[in-house]
Write a protein that binds this ligand. Structure first.
Ligand code: SF4
Ligand code: SF4
Length: 213
């Protein structure tokens, strides 16, 4: 039928005209991003031990680390100790593919995602962020999600509870979190630990009665 396409097109136009617009007027209106969005990587320099794991695991080889060793004299110790001092920690965001492997492998929580994304540059060389700039991003890292109330307490919490308990158990009871509640099916599936068998006491050898001969 001639004009059928025109009618269909107008119908679509009329339908969308009556719907509410979802366009966000960025940059006048800030987008509402999820808090765990992958915007940029932040570095907590004091947590970094220069273990080089992140640089080794990065598939793009876009993390550059330099360091030197420093002698630390510990009072009372027989020998001085050595520690790594971070000289350079750069991430080249023109190469980074935002896989997050560096953050996952860091054993000391020195790297974090932040939802900040407004760091576009007119010169690609400026996308190399040094440790000072990576450190500035730390203020935009969102707080970690709340603990699962039914989860097991972390090692740090357990240690703090033990220390707080001290000689009396009453303090420990106040600070300790409630025990983990498991579903009945899971509890039934878990093997029950058997009590260790009680060793029988060896028979006591009786002394021979003296005959007096
Ligand atoms: S997010 Fe991935 S590509 Fe980017 S620096 Fe980390 S490991 Fe490398
Ligand atoms: S893995 Fe973590 S601690 Fe190790 S060098 Fe990278 S940022 Fe530093």
């Amino acid at each position: 039928m001639p004009g059928k396409g025109l009618v269909q097109g107008l119908a679509v136009t009329l339908k969308t005209m009556t719907q509410r617009s979802t366009t966000q007027q960025y940059p006048d209106v800030e987008p509402e991003l999820p808090p765990r969005s992958r915007g940029v990587i932040a570095l907590s320099e004091e947590n970094c031990t220069v273990c080089m794991l992140c640089a080794r695991e990065c598939p793009d080889w876009c993390i550059y680390i330099d360091s030197h060793k420093e002698e630390v004299v510990v009072p009372g110790a027989a020998r001085s100790r050595q520690r790594n001092v971070l000289d350079r920690f750069d991430i080249d965001f023109s190469l980074c593919m935002y896989c997050g492997i560096c953050i996952e492998v860091c054993p000391f929580d020195a790297l974090h995602w932040t939802p900040e994304f407004e760091y576009a540059e007119t010169d690609v060389l400026d996308l190399l962020h040094d440790k000072d700039r990576l450190g500035e991003w730390m203020r935009t890292v969102p707080p970690p999600p709340a603990h699962d109330v039914l989860g097991e307490p972390s090692k740090e919490e357990a240690t703090a509870a033990r220390k707080a308990a001290g000689p009396g158990a009453a303090t420990a009871a106040k600070t300790a979190r409630p025990p983990v509640r498991r579903p009945a099916a899971q509890a039934a599936a878990e093997p029950v630990e058997k009590a260790a068998p009680v060793e029988k006491a060896a028979p006591v050898e009786k002394d021979e009665p003296e005959t007096g001969r």
